[in-house]
Design a protein. Structure first.
Length: 277
């Protein structure tokens, strides 16, 4: 499970400068930018941030349909059959929903289990999971046979159930954002899509140690000295497969983007203060 701790040297130095220039307390600064990190991590977790909910649902539909075909797909399969007598027999049994008979006929001509397997509604989830890449969650593209749903309505129901889960991989970061209580303005999860924030499964956690600091200045000009333990916030997305859907390079990019946003905000504020009246 991905876990992020905002205490590396680069972030720590920027955080102190950020708190001083924006005249915030250090815990407020840590929470503000941890929230930005949650937004970036959610955006960079598959499915990637540019996708709308409808695009995500369509991707899920296509992924499942690549593995499990609706019953009518069998007619396309019959198009490869050149023996008209065999084709007629297969069609007759197809329209009568005699799946076991179809399998027996195809087995006799050497096209049994190697060609297709029928799938009941109870087996759809296991077949789907077996044919997905565990690292990406996407369907394998080299499947040599096709799985045929015995009922198209039940297949559509299964697809709809999986579509409702769109955004779960990202939702741990959304819940982390909601746990950053020292962000004083606006919704903590702003910037994260509603089809992500609607999931509330308690799988995003925050360990807040941002108060590990000793103040040496006034509220107008805050200066800080770290205690033996550096101020930190630990963000954890406990979705079991979360580390499979956000590459290390994307994790690093999220950290770098937040650091750059902080620096730009500081530069903007300093320029305004240096402007002649």
């Amino acid at each position: 499970m991905p876990k992020f701790k905002l205490t590396n040297l680069r972030f720590e130095r920027i955080m102190y400068d950020y708190a001083t220039i924006l005249e915030k307390t250090l815990p407020e600064a840590v929470h503000t930018n941890a929230r930005l990190l949650c937004v970036e991590l959610a955006r960079r977790t598959q499915a990637f941030g540019h996708e709308s909910e409808e695009q995500q649902k369509e991707r899920i539909r296509k992924d499942i349909s690549h593995i499990i075909k609706p019953p009518i797909y069998f007619l396309k399969f019959l198009g490869r059959t050149t023996n008209e007598r065999l084709k007629a027999s297969l069609k007759k049994n197809y329209f009568a929903n005699r799946w076991s008979t179809l399998s027996e006929i195809l087995a006799k001509v050497g096209m049994g289990s190697e060609a297709f397997t029928t799938v009941s509604s109870d087996a759809m989830r296991s077949i789907h999971e077996e044919n997905r890449n565990p690292k990406t969650g996407r369907a394998y593209r080299g499947i040599h046979k096709f799985y045929l749903a015995q009922d198209s309505t039940l297949l559509q129901k299964y697809i709809a159930e999986r579509q409702k889960a769109a955004g779960i991989s990202k939702s741990g970061w959304s819940e982390c954002a909601e746990g950053l209580k020292k962000v004083v303005k606006g919704s903590m999860s702003r910037g994260i899509k509603p089809w992500v924030t609607r999931h509330t499964r308690g799988l995003g956690t925050v360990v807040d140690k941002s108060d590990n600091v000793v103040s040496l200045g006034t509220s107008a000009r805050p200066m800080f000295k770290t205690s033996n333990k550096r101020p930190s916030v630990v963000l954890t997305n406990s979705i079991p497969w979360a580390d499979k859907v956000i590459r290390p390079s994307e994790q690093l990019m999220a950290l770098n983007i937040v650091a750059e946003k902080m620096k730009k905000q500081m530069e903007t504020i300093l320029k305004k203060r240096l402007k002649p009246a």
